[in-house]
Design a protein around this ligand. Sequence first.
Ligand code: DQA
Length: 146
Amino acid sequence: MRILLVNGPNLNTLGSREPEIYGTTTLADIERLVRDRAAAHGAEVRAFQANSEGEIIDWLQKEQGEAHGIIINGGALTHYGIALRDAIAGAALPAIEVHISNVYRRESFRHESLLAPVCSGTIIGLKVHGYELAVEALVRIVREKA
Ligand code: DQA
């Protein structure tokens, strides 16, 4: 099983970015956590981060044919990225949306996700643990489908 892990704009600066909101775990740490959790289920992970929507879409289009599911934290694109939403829908793979912070405790512009309707489910506000939970959920969803 191959899982695509996608992180959107500004998530490359995790660790130093607003630590009171996002904690001090780096993106490299998160990618390691996800790889380890996936490996425990015999799954492999391809990870990608970009600050621009087009780069993420290009990468998804390149990888989707060989993959079984997607874990995505779209960062701010979550709230306005229609093209990213279309790319996820077009990939026709089960997807889990993750947000490190509890977006519902924050500004109202973060309360809407354009990605949620094309994802199987969303994990919000559980800090980086949400990524590990996403692996558990995705593995089950993919295995149930098979
Ligand atoms: C985020 C929440 C978004 O609103 C924000 O733009 C981010 C990170 C999160 O993981 O909590 O970049 O997706």
